[in-house]
Design a protein around this ligand. Structure first.
Ligand SMILES: Nc1ncnc2c1ncn2[C@@H]1O[C@H](COP(=O)(O)OP(=O)(O)OP(=O)(O)O)[C@@H](O)[C@H]1O
Length: 984
């Protein structure tokens, strides 16, 4: 068919094309020239050895097909063996290490060439290919027709580049490794090709094998072969004017469709380099797609200084797999290079890292070829178990171990830890058995047990606490003292995970006080309990001056202004990062708040904890649903344990690869995790463990944050207090003022109360009672629970007796109902709610009898635990007067044997309140007078009325906002109250 072109036109086109080809050839020669560069050679695709040392360029032939122009490398230091490396390095991360040490890898100019074709071809034609240029397969490589000896460059001596020899003298460990390898090869390795100790030399001929053997060498069995070659494809037929660059082995290089004639799309090239032990980095320019791939890799770490990402070698393969589909990126696989550049072949063989890589490669191969697999799991502080299927040879090994024990029920063998090294050594020699060792942190933690029996927690020596305030030391319960000893034996780094209410605060303060010389101290806590911490320090360490605590209220406050600095998690993320080295002693209260690494609070806290010398983490519920939640807390205490989450996830979270990534939500080897934690990270006692040391009730004052109040409410409260301090002429006025003060206190506390309740829920408290007096408070709590979809019951004055009973049953027996919201006056008697062991008082009440009865809804027959009682107290409100008054009254009751526990012994000190201030004293007297013993009943009636008045207005058209007028009484009730006051 005529092209429609004249002869002259065709001649011109051909001429231009030839010129273009000549220019391209020149350009390529220039790119690849220089020292160690390339010299153009005719293509020889039949010669595999030639292929090993060539790079291809594609040019278009007359017939519109692509041909490869191959070029030899001239020096061993140049681009030798790049293809083989590119294609197989991904298979297991250690292989490239091994190989890379020998030869620099540099991705050829893929805009023109497609070396991957040749690789695909080689694999598909099952020709002998030097693809396994790693030390495991060299003995089976055969290179028919090759003039040159074929060996892995790692075994090449620099002085004898064409006839490499490896002697025992030179590389004893490597040779040993090869010998063991032979054992692991399960008869597939032809031993005549293995170096013998006597000859200790590998000749070229010894290293060669027969043609026609699988290109991937005999070691990997079916699976591993496909690992190496399975994804190799024959070359994709080329379309006219185009060639496809095909991802070859395992897709190290992505498929690229390039035109030999068109402008080549811009492709970012990068390379994988050794980073530090167990990690590699990817040196590459910016590419958005690539960055999202990086972010999906579990072990990712980004160095902002160098702007380079690095990863665990364990994720090497998944990273390369993920990069494969990116058409705009080419990554040269991981290579091992020294600091100055590509290592020579001989360097790589003799250097330590190369040997390591070799051994890693070795074990990877073994892993791939083993037919019986199992794992070691720690089952007690002194014994481990081997979980494995049946294999006669391993049973033989087990029987040789003195401490062996066979459990008939579980059909598992266990051994003393001291026999672990011996057993593993023996297992290593079994070719078809692969046993996963104990994790490194387990070995670290239990290293002493390899020699001698372990100490029990109770055997831990008594710490010398003579430098700590005697008040706190004397107050410690025996189990608390053990906790302090444990912390000091672990050099002040621990997770104190005692059950809720067991006194983690007192223990943490004592531990921190032991390291007082290293202060300033930082306490990070939920904001709702910042002030409680400040109080606790002064209560337990009387030697502290009153100015030594600094509760941080805003992001602008000075974080290290005082000896003890207390900050909320949320504010911590706003602190100056530079301060991370300021604190040598750090306490993290409710440390499970750090469970999610992605949160700002976790990201702010972790560097602090790692930099600090002492890290005291407190949590009654370190993990609420899965072991993954423990990871950050473990790393905060022991940063060297599991530097990468992925290895932790694999061992303890039953990590599973899903189409969307890794799923770490499961759990595995929990017994071992518990042992590991208890050995070196955590101490945890349950209430039931120490019940005999606990009082039946433990009361605690929780100072709720004043910034929870809005400015208007605060101003009104201050004005009311000021008025009251002046005194009143009539009793009526006095009581009206008092009533107003009490109502406004209710409004003012709402926000802090809600925050506290939600913090409790977040901390895993799943069954508790909340008492409040004002309807506005009860409503606000109910609304907050509903918004958070927390199941609750509510009993107040409007609840009928029939309903009460069924609600109690629901709460007692249903897990869905976590909170009981109760009116102080309507639900303090006659109800059994003993399934909870925590009672929270959102509001105070002047009559201690009512409070004690309310407490006893949980503390009654059926209760098997010690009951914790939290009184929420707000500074600058009526609580300032109600709290000391209640304490005094309860103390009296306690002394008379009428109350089981007195506040003075179990709750925080009262001198926090301004009883010494004359104005405050006046108000306090007013409270006392109004709520005098004789008047209690009447006063109670009065305040119940007041609360009702508040409720009525609240339930009417009034908004539920804590506005100033919300609690004004209805006209009818107001009249009743006025009448009452007049009667007084
Ligand atoms: N040895 C002790 N002597 C006196 N009071 C103590 C002692 N130990 C704990 N308490 C009191 O018991 C109450 C509960 O203690 P704390 O708040 O420290 O418990 P916790 O373990 O932190 O509980 P949670 O997990 O609920 O925060 C507090 O009022 C505390 O003062």
């Amino acid at each position: 068919m005529s092209s429609g072109l004249t002869e002259e036109q065709k001649r011109k086109i051909e001429e231009n094309r030839q010129k273009a080809l000549a220019r391209r050839a020149e350009r390529l020669a220039a790119q690849q020239g220089g020292p160690g560069g390339l010299t153009s050679q005719p293509s020889n695709q039949q010669n595999p050895s030639y292929r090993r040392n060539v790079e291809h360029q594609c040019v278009k032939q007359e017939d519109n097909h692509v041909k490869f122009i191959s070029q030899h490398h001239q020096t061993p230091n140049s681009h030798v063996a790049q293809k083989s490396y590119v294609h197989k390095g991904y298979n297991h991360f250690s292989a490239p290490q091994q190989m890379a040490g020998s030869c620099a890898v540099q991705q050829e100019n893929c805009s023109e060439g497609s070396d991957q074709h040749s690789w695909s071809q080689m694999c598909s034609t099952n020709q002998s290919v030097p693809i396994l240029q790693n030390s495991l397969s060299y003995s089976h490589q055969h290179y028919p027709g090759s003039e040159q000896p074929k060996y892995h460059p790692a075994f090449k001596k620099p002085t004898e580049p064409s006839h490499p020899r490896l002697t025992m003298d030179e590389h004893p460990d490597d040779v040993k490794g090869l010998q063991s390898l032979n054992r692991y090869a399960g008869g597939h390795v032809d031993t005549k090709y293995m170096p013998s100790p006597s000859s200790a030399t590998l000749s070229d001929s010894e290293m060669s094998t027969n043609a026609g053997k699988p290109t991937c060498g005999p070691f990997p069995q079916k699976d591993s072969i496909s690992q190496f070659c399975g994804t190799m494809r024959p070359p994709t037929p080329l379309k006219e004017g185009k060639m496809q660059k095909v991802a070859s082995v395992g897709g190290v290089v992505s498929t690229l469709e390039v035109s030999c004639h068109r402008k080549v799309p811009s492709i970012i090239k990068g390379r994988c380099m050794k980073h530090r032990e167990d990690r590699f980095r990817v040196e590459v320019g910016y590419n958005a797609e690539l960055v999202s791939v990086f972010k999906s890799i579990p072990s990712k770490a980004y160095d902002p200084a160098t702007k380079i990402w690095n990863f665990s070698l364990e994720d090497y393969r998944s990273l390369m797999e993920a990069v494969k589909p990116l058409s705009s990126v080419t990554l040269v696989p991981f290579e091992e290079m020294d600091a100055t550049g590509p290592a020579t072949c001989s360097q790589s063989v003799s250097s330590g890292p190369s040997l390591k890589s070799f051994l890693k490669t070795f074990s990877s191969w073994k892993k791939a070829s083993a037919t019986v697999r199992g794992k070691c799991v720690l089952i007690s502080r002194s014994r481990f178990e081997v979980e494995i299927g049946y294999a006669a040879e391993i049973i033989e090994v087990f029987k040789q171990i003195n401490s062996k024990n066979y459990d008939m029920k579980t059909r598992k063998w266990s051994f003393l830890l001291e026999d672990y090294p011996r057993l593993m050594e023996a297992v290593q020699r079994l070719p078809s058995v692969e046993v996963e060792p104990l994790p490194k942190p387990v070995m670290q933690a239990f290293a002493p047990q390899l020699d001698k029996p372990a100490l029990r927690v109770s055997d831990i020596p008594e710490a010398d606490l003579s430098a700590v305030d005697s008040k706190i030391v004397m107050s410690l319960m025996p189990f608390q003292r053990e906790g302090v000893n444990f912390a000091i034996s672990r050099e002040g780094r621990l997770l104190l995970a005692d059950d809720m209410g067991l006194g983690k605060t007192i223990q943490a303060i004592c531990i921190a006080a032991y390291y007082r010389k290293e202060w300033p101290l930082l306490v990070v806590t939920p904001s709702s309990v910042r002030f409680t911490w400040a109080e606790a320090f002064h209560r337990w360490l009387p030697s502290l001056s009153p100015e030594s605590t600094n509760v941080i209220l805003t992001g602008k406050d000075n974080l290290s202004a005082k000896l003890i600095n207390i900050i909320s998690f949320d504010l911590l993320s706003k602190m100056d990062k530079q301060l991370k080295d300021t604190f040598q002693v750090v306490i993290i209260d409710e440390s499970h708040f750090l469970k999610n690494t992605k949160t700002a609070r976790c990201q702010a806290a972790m560097p602090l904890l790692k930099a600090a010398k002492r890290a005291i983490l407190l949590s009654g519920t370190p993990a609420m649903s899965r072991p993954a939640e423990l990871y950050t807390q473990i790393v905060a205490v022991r940063p060297t344990f599991f530097p990468q989450f992925h290895s932790f996830g694999l061992r303890y979270c039953d990590a599973k690869k899903m189409p969307w990534g890794w799923d770490y939500s499961g759990s595995s080897n929990l017994g071992e995790l518990k042992l590991l934690l208890e050995e070196s990270v955590m101490i945890r006692r349950l209430k039931s463990d120490v019940l005999s040391q606990l009082p039946a009730k433990q009361r605690k004052m929780v100072v709720v944050a004043p910034e929870g109040m809005n400015a208007k409410t605060k101003a009104e409260l201050a004005a009311t207090a000021k008025e009251m301090a002046k005194g009143y002429r009539s009793k009526q006025k006095e009581k009206e003022a008092l009533l107003l003060f009490y109502n406004r206190t209710a409004e003012a506390k709402i926000r802090s109360v809600i925050e506290y309740i939600l913090d409790l829920l977040e901390s895993g408290r799943d069954k508790f009672l909340v008492f409040a007096h004002h309807k506005i408070v009860l409503n606000a709590i109910s609304n907050a629970l509903e918004n958070k979809h927390v199941g609750y019951i509510r009993i107040d004055g409007a609840t009928s007796s029939a309903e009460r009973q069924s609600l109690c049953q629901k709460f007692q027996f249903s897990e869905k109902h976590s909170v009981a919201v109760l009116s102080l006056t309507a639900a303090n008697t006659g109800l059994t709610l003993s399934s909870a062991d925590l009672v929270v008082f959102a509001e105070l009440f002047w009559n201690p009898g009512v409070l004690i009865q309310a407490e006893d809804r949980a503390h009654r027959i059926g209760q098997t635990s010690s009951v914790n009682i939290h009184y929420l107290v707000a500074k600058g409100t009526a609580d300032d007067y109600l709290w000391p008054m209640i304490q005094e009254k309860i103390k009296v009751l306690g002394e008379a044997g009428l109350s089981e526990a007195s506040f003075s012994e179990t709750a925080e000190a009262t001198d926090y309140f301004y009883k010494r201030d004359p104005k405050q004293q006046t108000i306090y007297s007013l409270f006392q007078r109004t709520f005098s013993e004789q008047g209690d009943d009447l006063d109670e009636a009065l305040l119940v009325e007041a609360a009702d008045a508040c409720q009525e207005s609240d339930s009417g058209s009034a908004s539920q906002d804590a506005g100033a007028d919300t609690c004004s009484a209805s006209p009818r009730k107001k009249q009743r109250l006025e009448d009452y006051f007049h009667r007084q």
